[in-house]
Design a protein around this ligand. Structure first.
Ligand code: HEC
Length: 289
C-alpha cells in the first residue's frame, strides 16, 4: 500500500479545479463533461457507459471484456433475480405491481428525490419496501447487508432484474425540488472529501487518475458513467453486487472504514454521481474488472 501511495504522489495527484467551484448542478454537469472530453478527446460520450474499457490504453482489458460479454457470467445471478422479480408475494401480487409501467423503462430516473418522504430513494429501497408491504419475508429484507453476503447478493440480483427492464434508457435525474438539490450538494461534498489513510477523495481516483493503473494492475474508471452498469459483476467477485458494496470497497481501498450499505450518505453520493451521468444509457447489469 505504501508503494501505491508513493506511486500516486509521483503521478501528481491533487484535487482538481472543480472542487473549489461553488456551482449549481447544471454548471457542475457542464464542467464535469468538459473535464473528461479534454482528458480523453477520442472517447465518445456514450462509451462512458462501459466502465474503463473504452479509455485509451485499456485495449487488452477491452478484448477480454468483449469475450466475457458473449456469455456474461452474471447471467446466472440475473436469472435468479428475474425469478425473485416474477414470483408472487403471499397476497398474489408481484414486484411489478409496485412500480409505474410495471417497472419497465423507469430505472433511468433512479435514485430520485421523494418530496413526501423528504429522502433520496434508491431502486433497492423501493424493491424492499414493495416486498415488505406485500407480506414477503425473504431473508434479504431483514438481514444485515453489510455482513450477510448471500442476502446482499440476492438484493443485487433482484435489482439487476429491475434495471434490466430499463436497459438503454438514458439517465434523467429530477433535481427540481430544493430537497433534491440539498441531497445532491451533500453527495458532492462527500465525493470531493479526502478520506482514509491514503487521504484520497473519490475524485482523486476517478478523475485525476482515471485511465491510469492503480498499483500497477487495477485500471481506474472515469467517474462519468459510473453508476449506469450497476448492479455489476466483477471478475474477482464472481457474483452480482450492489453499487453500495462497490462504494464500500472504494472506501476500504483508501484504508478508511467503509460506510453502511443503504446509508443516506451513499444515497446522496449515488444521486450526485448519477446526475453527473445524465444522458448516458443504462447498461446494467454489466461485467467489470
Ligand atoms: C484509491 C482509489 C479509489 C478511490 C479513492 C475511490 N475508488 Fe472507486 N474504484 C476504484 C477501483 C480500483 C475501482 C474498480 C475499477 C474501476 O472501475 O474504476 C473502482 C470502481 C468504482 C465504481 C464502479 C465503476 C464502474 O464503471 O463499474 C464506482 C461507481 C466507484 N468506484 C465509486 C467511487 C466513489 C463514489 C468513491 C468515493 C467515495 C470512490 N469510488 C473512491 C478505486 C477507487
Amino acid at each position: 500500500m505504501k508503494k501505491i501511495a508513493i506511486l500516486l504522489t509521483a503521478l501528481g495527484v491533487g484535487v482538481g479545479v472543480m472542487a473549489a467551484a461553488q456551482a449549481d448542478p447544471a454548471s457542475d454537469l457542464k464542467a464535469f463533461r468538459a473535464y473528461f472530453q479534454k482528458k480523453f478527446p477520442t472517447v465518445k460520450f456514450d462509451d462512458y457507459a462501459n466502465g474503463f474499457y473504452p479509455l485509451p490504453g485499456m485495449e487488452i482489458y477491452r478484448e477480454q471484456w468483449d469475450a466475457f460479454n458473449e456469455f456474461p457470467p452474471y447471467e446466472l445471478g440475473l436469472a435468479d433475480g428475474r425469478k425473485i422479480w416474477a414470483k408472487p408475494f403471499p397476497n398474489g401480487k408481484t414486484y411489478a405491481s409496485c412500480f409505474k409501467n410495471g417497472g419497465k423503462k423507469i430505472a433511468q430516473n433512479y435514485p430520485y428525490w421523494d418530496d413526501g418522504k423528504q429522502e433520496v430513494r434508491t431502486a433497492e429501497m423501493d424493491l424492499m419496501d414493495c416486498a415488505k408491504k406485500n407480506g414477503a419475508t425473504d431473508k434479504f429484507l431483514s438481514a444485515d447487508l453489510n455482513k450477510d453476503t448471500k442476502s446482499r447478493v440476492q438484493l443485487a440480483e433482484l435489482t439487476a432484474a429491475f434495471y434490466e427492464l430499463s436497459k438503454g434508457e438514458r439517465v434523467k435525474i429530477d433535481l427540481s425540488k430544493p430537497g433534491a438539490v440539498a441531497a445532491y450538494e451533500d453527495g458532492k461534498k462527500r465525493w470531493w472529501k479526502r478520506r482514509g489513510q491514503l487521504n484520497f477523495a473519490c475524485a482523486n481516483c476517478h478523475m485525476d487518475l482515471a485511465g491510469k493503473n492503480f498499483g500497477g494492475n487495477q485500471p481506474l474508471s472515469a467517474a462519468l458513467g459510473h453508476p449506469v452498469g450497476w448492479p455489476a459483476q466483477r471478475l474477482g467477485w464472481a457474483r452480482l453486487e450492489t453499487i453500495h458494496q462497490r462504494y464500500r470497497t472504494c472506501n476500504s481501498q483508501v484504508r478508511d472504514k467503509p460506510g453502511k450499505h443503504g446509508d443516506k450518505a451513499y444515497n446522496h453520493i449515488q444521486l450526485y454521481e448519477t446526475y453527473l451521468s445524465s444522458g448516458l444509457p443504462l447498461t446494467a447489469p454489466a461485467m467489470r474488472n
